[in-house]
Every structure is written in C-alpha cells, then in structure tokens.
Design a protein around this ligand. Sequence first.
Ligand code: R5P
Length: 303
Amino acid sequence: MHTILIACESHKQQAQAIADHLKLPLHEVVVTHFADSEISVGLKASAPSLASLHAIVVHSTSYPVNENLVELLLTLQMLKNKGVKKITAVIPYFGYARQDRLQGGESVAGFVLRLLQEAGADSVVTVELHNPNIIDDAPLPVTNIVLTDVIADYIAQQEEQNDLTIIAPDRGALGRVEAIADRLDASTMVYDKERYAVNKTRITASSGTCKTLKGIIVDDIIDTGSTMMQVADKLHDEHSSCHMFAFAVHPVLSGDARRKLQESYFERIWITNTITWDQGTLPDKFVVVDISKYIADSLRTLI
Ligand code: R5P
C-alpha cells in the first residue's frame, strides 16, 4: 500500500519536515471559512486519487484547540469519503490530553480519541502524552513517542554533564525526570504542586536539594508558564547561585507566558516543535529543538 502525508492548514512546517525525513509526497488540506466560522476542508484539484492509499495526517490540536480539532476531524472524514484505505493521525501535541480523569467510565481525552476513530482514524501517533495511561482505555491503537533519551542527549550536548540536577516541577513529571537523569548520571529533585482552580496551581514543597551549579526543570507542557515560573522562583530562594534552565516538550505558551519566562531567572528555555513557533516570534531565551526526525523514525514501521 502506498503512503502519502497530509498536512492540515496550521502546522504545515511540521508535516513538511516529517515528509522530508520519510521522502514521501505531502498534500495540503485547503480550508474554506464560512461567515459563521464553520469550515469545510478539501484537497487541491491537483491532488491524486487517494483511493486504497495509506494517509498519514499530521496536525497538532494546539491553540485554538477546538478549531484545530474540528479541522482534523473533518479532514479524517474527507479522506475516508475519498476511499483512503488506512488513516494514521499524527498529533504531536494532543489537545485535551490533560483531561485524563475518568468520568462515568471515559475521560475527556478518551472521548476525543473516540471522536478521531469515528471520523476515520485507524490509529494515532502522538508525543509525550501528559498521562500515557489513557492509552489503556483508548478505542484505537495509540503510539506515544517518549522523548526522554532525546531530551537527555540534547541536554548533554548543551551543558557539562557532571554538574546537573534535573528537576521535576511536580510528582507527575518525576518518572520523565528520573529517566533523563539516569541517562545523564545527574541528580534529581522534585517539587510538590497543588491545583486550586482552573489553570491555577501553587508549588508547595521540595524533596531533595539542588547541590549542583545548574538546575534543569523538565516538564511536558508549558501552558501559562506559571509552573515553571514558580519553580524557578522557589529554586532561586533556596539556591540563589544555581543557574536555571527549562526544557518543555509542548510549548503551548498561552497568554503572556513568553514575556514572563523571558523575564524569569531562566537562562535558556528549550522547547520542541510539537507546536509550531517561528524562532523569530520567540524571545531570545527560547530555543526550538526540532524533533521531526524522531516522529518520522517512529512512522517508518507503518509505511
Ligand atoms: C500539568 O501537570 C502539566 O504537566 C504542566 O505542569 C502544566 O500543564 C503546565 O501548565 P502551566 O504552564 O499553566 O503552569
């Protein structure tokens, strides 16, 4: 079965980079916007017949999450209607993944997976899910690309390895942080975080100390930036001589997160391109780490 890549309208760069690594043809979805904000999706007239092909659709459901999710759902349905035989939805940043608590037998994240399946996806490939356990109850196969080795190797290229503490901003991030620290032979430290309202958390206590000169806080997501900022402030209070760095897989960067982080104690903030940000629109402390090769590599067994 021949495989093609399909790029939804936003995140075309992401799809192009993956297509380049895999040396596969890429076709772009064309979105028409109606006056009431409904959309319809199609392919350019020059696109070949897709009947009996395997289509890999690449699209992050990042901000604006609902618009991007609907664009993806309509794209899957359009491909199914065109007779595509197999559809793999590659969703580097999976919006709604944080809504992982079961409510009446299904989480919101699980419900979104069910919508993707209903729309036409045969399987989903995503990156560093907030809670990989949602895969267990998923209605379709989900591959979660874990980047701990990639992050560790990247950090090793940037900073002297013998001088690092890898820091988890909350208990949920500890497994990831321990795996990275193991590979780097670095020490670890973890903070406790409690949520008291939507998008509002407070860092309460820390376990361990940052004995080294450099602390790298690693998390899956920077959304409002509040978690990273609070940890940086606490770390500065406790160890004012510690040089601070942050690594986040998914740079949601809502509101004024970019400005706040630029003005923080962090010296460097590494983010991946699961969500597309042009380096030119980011303040100079931010560095984009391209992970398209690792997504492409994980797709090779499917094509
Ligand atoms: C939640 O537990 C996640 O792992 C992140 O820590 C969280 O989403 C970050 O959000 P914010 O940047 O708004 O603090």
